[in-house]
Design a protein around this ligand. Structure first.
Ligand SMILES: C[S@@+](CC[C@H](N)C(=O)[O-])C[C@H]1O[C@@H](n2cnc3c(N)ncnc32)[C@H](O)[C@@H]1O
Length: 287
């Protein structure tokens, strides 16, 4: 189901999430330290048990958006009075099955902190349902949420004002949001149109402007342009193919290799980045 990051509905959803106290700390308290640690390992059982018996707005949203569990339409309508399930459906984040609202994506709060002048805060990051929520294999166009590698690069990004930043392979948009704390403008690219939908939706949900998304591979979408910084968390855990895969056929996950073989993608990022860096520009990426 395609995403439609309508700014008005995103603003309504942001108001609802604020009113429900949908913060990282509130969720940690709601599903407890054991539930929180288990979610970090891709297990949601302890969190589900910790939330059992609660039908307040925070618990409904924790189950629906935090864990990806279907919830009664009436409960979600009550938890999101401005948006309603209808708003989630319009955004492409949920579907309705009779009396049940079925989540299509996760929204999780993500704490951030910058240098003194940038302060600290939280973003709501939207991404596809994870394996725990799907209870099965991921589709090939899966858009990842924030993981360990995402936080490593976000934490490495230079905390100093800059002009233009390119986020190559933006996924859910976490690096672009982090860059925009210090940059005048950010261009976020991806080969996945679904990823660009999530990055736009995440930006709108957090009221972040100055972030432009562009579709295409590697440096194609920004050919002829220059950036003061380039950040990228490209696919570097590559699916084995052919003989190295021992004859096992593995789908081509966009987030994992984007159809590239071996270290091709990282090699092309390393060798091509100078072509889009302004004089004195800096590239920061994982590999
Ligand atoms: C590991 S994810 C990183 C997502 C996000 N930037 C983060 O830090 O969490 C890699 C992203 O690169 C994208 N990607 C894969 N091949 C690409 C290519 N050739 N050009 C641009 N983006 C690509 C994938 O669709 C995916 O969104």
């Amino acid at each position: 189901m395609p995403l439609h990051p309508d700014p008005t509905i995103c603003a309504a959803l942001a108001s609802d999430l604020t009113a429900a106290g949908f913060t990282a700390e509130a969720l940690r308290n709601a599903w407890g330290p054991v539930g929180d640690a288990a979610i970090g390992r891709g297990l949601r059982g302890p969190a589900i048990r910790a939330l059992a018996g609660r039908d307040d707005a925070l618990a409904t949203l924790a189950r629906m958006l935090g864990l990806g569990m279907p919830q009664p339409v009436t409960a979600v309508d009550a938890a999101l009075p401005r948006t309603g399930v209808a708003g989630l459906v319009l955004l492409g984040l949920a579907a309705i099955d009779g009396d049940t609202a079925r989540p299509i994506a996760l929204i999780r709060p993500q704490e951030w902190s910058g240098e003194a002048d940038a302060g600290a805060g939280e973003w709501w990051i939207a991404s596809d349902l994870d394996e725990a929520a799907l209870e099965g294999a991921l589709p090939t166009d899966h858009v990842l949420g924030v993981g360990g590698a995402s936080l490593t690069l976000a934490g490495l990004q230079l905390p100093a004002p800059t002009g233009r930043v390119l986020d190559l392979g933006t996924g859910c948009g976490i690096q672009a949001l982090r860059a925009r704390l210090y940059a005048d403008e950010v261009v976020a690219t991806d080969i996945s149109t679904r990823a660009l939908g999530f990055a736009s939706l995440t930006a709108a949900l957090n009221g972040v402007d100055g972030l432009e998304v562009r579709h295409g591979s590697l440096f194609e979408p920004v050919a002829g342009e220059r950036f003061d910084r380039v950040v990228s968390n490209p696919p570097f855990v590559i699916t084995p193919r052919g003989a190295t895969a021992g004859g096992i056929s593995v789908p081509a996950y966009e987030y994992r290799d984007g159809g590239a073989v071996g270290d091709d993608l990282v090699r092309q990022v390393v060798t091509g980045v100078a072509g889009v860096l302004a004089d004195g520009g800096i590239a920061q990426f994982l590999g």
